[in-house]
Structure formats: C-alpha cells, structure tokens
Design a binder for this molecule. Structure first.
Ligand code: HAM
Length: 450
C-alpha cells in the first residue's frame, strides 16, 4: 500500500484544537493595530523574485539561500514571499498610497516562506504579524512602532521579553564604519567562517550577527556603529530613547543587533525571549528610510516590524498563558424521532441567525450518544426534544456544568427565554450574550402560544 502523503518538511497544520488560540492572538493584534491607527493591507503570497533581490538584498541569507523561487509557465522568475515588507513597499508604490498623505500606517497577518534548516521556532512556512509606517521621519515614530509591539505583548500577558535596540546609521556614516570594521576584521580573516569571508567584502556588519563561535570571538572587540554615527543619526537615536523612557518601555542598547535584511537604516530593534531555544527573537524591525526610493519611489522615510506567530505562541505555551476560549457550542439540541429532528434543525437555524452557537444531531445518534457528544464539545446548555416536549410545547434547558434545569417555551418566547437564562449564568460573558437583542418575529417554526 502506498504511504500516506505528509505535510512538507517545515510546515505545520494548525488543527482546530489550536486554531482558537491563533484566532484570539490575531484578534488582539488586529485590535491593537487599529487602536494605533493602522489599517490592514493584503498583498500576494508570491511576487517577482527581483522585488526581494532589490529590497531584502541579494547578499542576504534570506535571498541567497532561503527563497522558494521558480519559473512560472510564462518563464517569469517568481518567489514565495520570505517576509512582508517588500510586498507592502511595492503595493504602496504601485497604488501611490502616499498621495493620500503621510503617514500611511499598514498592518498584515501573513504566511511567509523560507527554505531554512527547521527546528523549534524555525519553520519553512511561518506566519508574521507586521506593521509598516510610511512618511514618518521623526524619532517619535520609531518609539510609536516599538510601543505598538510592546502593547501587543502586554495584552497577551507575555512576560520577560527583552527589548534590544541599536542604530545602524545611514549610508553617509555607515561607509566610514564599514571601512573601520573591515580593517579590523582583515587582521583575523583566516579564522572567519566561509560565509563571513564573503560578507567581509559586501556587508561586513552582518559578521557581527554570525552564530559561528570563532566569528563571535573575533568580533568581540570589533568597532561598533554607535561610535561612528553622524550627528543626525546620533540625535535621532538619542531622541528615540527619550521617547521610550517617557513611555516607560524598558530596553537595552545592544550594538550587535544588526538585523539580517539589507534595507535597514538608523533604528533597529528586536524583542527577545529566554523561553525560546536558539530562535529567541520573537519580533524584529527597524527603519528603512532608503528603501522606497531604492524601489523607484520618491524619498520616503519608513519603518516597521514583524513578529513571528509561531514563536509568540511557543513563548505563551512556555509561560503557561491560556487565553479565555469562548465555548464552541452554547446550546446542543438533542432530538428524539423524526418530528423532533425537524424541529431541532429549525431551532438551531434560528439560534444561528441570532448569532448563538447551536448544534443539533447530524449523525442519527441515540440520546446517550448525543449527550456524550454534547459533553465532548463542551456545550454550555443542552435541551432534549422528544414527543412529550413537542406535545407540551416546552422543554428543559440543562446547564451542563451545574446540572440546573430551567423550563423553556418552544413557542414564540423560545429565543428570548434562552437568552435570558443564558445571560444569568457565569458563562454569559464568554458566550458574548451580554446585551444581545434578538428579533425573532416572523419565524414560522413556533406553535402559536395560547
Ligand atoms: P525578520 O527578523 O526576518 O524580519 O522576521 C521577523 C520575525 O519573523 C522574526 O523575529 C521571527 O519571530 C519570525 N520568523 C522569521 N523567520 C522565521 C522562521 N523561519 N520560522 C518562524 N518564524 C520566523 C522581517 O521579516 C522584517 N520584514 C521585519 C520588518 C518589518 N522590518 C521592518 N518592517
């Protein structure tokens, strides 16, 4: 027999038992982004390869080694997006979004693709929540973006994240620094790893980020960008720190944060967790004041960040953070017999129209099996519909946890009576029934009440 096909290496199915947590985290991200005045942008999963070569940088690991690149049937080189910024920049230019005024504040929740060696927290398909702001040059914008990421972590209840910031200057001051760094590293050239040898020529700063122990040792006493910043970049960096201090956001200046993508200028930052193994960066970002122009637009200061959803959820798991999960079923209706089945279906439909999570039997099960199922899905209430109930035109609503039973009319009052009982229980907040008003006039399933 042929072996079952499995998901490709480095990808993961998000199963129903986990998707609730994903949705809650995503809801918090969307809400917080909108509180900060960001609007969602959705761009294609694939773009022309050139877009990433020209923005992320053709000497970066991401572009050189990790992109999923292929020729499409029209012989165009296409790549799955390894990150979100490049596509957003392209879209901002293509649709002239800056004509609507600055700043343009955009967020996205997207799958990304990098052909990496997989390990915990490092996948080939992963998900990013990212925010990008265009047209904001002032240092307060850097602090505002950091504050947005920070408040998401706060709302999620994540503890012990350290925020590390650095400035990697602008092309003006970076030239002098590169020369100094290169001169320093030339002395130990023989001990650099193969990758860093090529970096030495094209992008020596990236060597500071190398995880190979010998490279780490060599760069220990290397010159740092901080000491080479031009006066404008230095002032900008000082001001960013003042704003962070004012917002009481704790941070450390780490001169070794250089980021792995080419487009950054000035402020760069990372949120790091000790609860993750080697892949400790939960969120990374910074300024990229030159990128829009480099991609063919007008000079436009810009900045942003992205956080990895999988890493975030791993930290939450490690810190035993559980988010309140709304029940999947608020009322399970268990019918007995054909007539009751029709009625149960009609009631379920009515409840759905009022936004109430309701289910009835879809598998022709016995009452015992139905109750077992209701228990398994965590139904808050159950209601049995048999001949007797139909005859009496009323049934019993059973609260599954307390066992409390309430008689409920099967006539016109059904929906309001159900909402009244449900809102009296502790579960009402979780069920989202607070203040729920329902309009059920005109439904034909009710028997007329005398
Ligand atoms: P990045 O540091 O390459 O930056 O990725 C951002 C975050 O995505 C990382 O901190 C990590 O949490 C997550 N991540 C990256 N690669 C993987 C992977 N293979 N598996 C799981 N999670 C991963 C960027 O992508 C920039 N576009 C961020 C940015 C936005 N800068 C300015 N604007």
């Amino acid at each position: 027999m042929a072996a079952n096909i499995q998901a490709p290496k480095g990808t993961r199915d998000i199963l129903p038992k986990d998707s609730g947590a994903w949705q809650l985290v995503e809801d918090i991200m969307r809400d917080e982004a909108s509180v900060h005045g960001f609007e969602e942008i959705r761009t294609p999963v694939f773009e022309r390869t050139e877009l990433f070569e020209r923005s992320v940088g053709d000497t970066t690991d991401v572009v050189q080694k990790e992109m999923y690149t292929f020729l499409d049937k029209g012989n165009r080189s296409i790549s799955l997006r390894p990150e979100g910024t490049a596509g957003v920049v392209r879209a901002v230019l293509e649709h002239a979004l800056m004509n609507d005024g600055a700043p343009q504040k955009l967020y996205y929740l997207i799958p990304c693709y990098r052909y990496e060696n997989t390990q915990e927290g490092r996948q080939r398909e992963f998900h990013q929540f990212g925010c990008e702001a265009f047209g904001a040059a002032a240092p307060v914008a850097d602090a505002a973006l950091i504050a947005l990421a920070h408040s998401i972590f706060e709302r999620l209840g994540i503890r012990n994240l350290s925020l590390e910031i650095n400035s990697i200057g602008c092309p003006k001051c970076r030239g002098e620094y590169h020369a100094a760094l290169k001169a320093f590293l030339e002395a130990s050239k023989g001990e650099l790893c193969g990758t860093c040898l090529t970096r030495l020529e094209k992008n020596p700063m990236r060597i500071l980020d190398c995880k190979t122990p010998s490279c780490g040792e060599i760069t220990q006493n290397a010159p740092v960008m901080k000491d080479y910043l031009c006066s404008e970049c230095a002032e900008h960096f000082t001001a960013v720190q003042e704003y962070l201090d004012a917002a009481e956001i704790a941070y450390t200046v780490n001169p070794r944060i250089v980021r792995g993508l080419d487009y950054y200028t000035r402020t760069v930052f990372e949120f790091i967790s000790n609860d993750l193994g080697a892949q400790s960066t939960v969120c990374g970002g910074g300024r990229y004041d030159g990128l829009v122009k480099q991609m063919g637009g007008a000079q436009t200061p810009a900045l942003g960040f992205a956080m990895g959803m999988e890493r975030l959820l791993l930290v939450m798991q490690a810190q035993n953070i559980t988010l309140p999960r709304p029940p999947v079923c608020e009322l399970y209706i268990a019918p007995l017999g054909r007539q009751a089945q029709v009625k149960a279906f009609a009631f379920t439909n009515l409840l759905h129209q009022a936004g109430i999570k309701a289910e009835c039997d879809l598998c022709d099960r016995s009452l015992k099996a139905q109750m077992k199922y209701a228990d398994k899905i965590g139904a808050v209430f159950t209601m049995v519909l048999g001949d007797e109930e139909l005859k009496q035109n009323c049934a019993e609503l059973k609260h599954m946890q307390t066992g409390e039973k309430t008689s409920i009319s099967l006539g016109e009052g059904f929906l309001t009576e159900f909402v009244a009982v449900a809102t009296q229980t502790e579960d009402n907040a979780a069920m989202g029934l607070d203040g729920l008003t329902v309009d059920f006039e005109g439904f034909e399933i009710f028997e007329k009440e005398d």
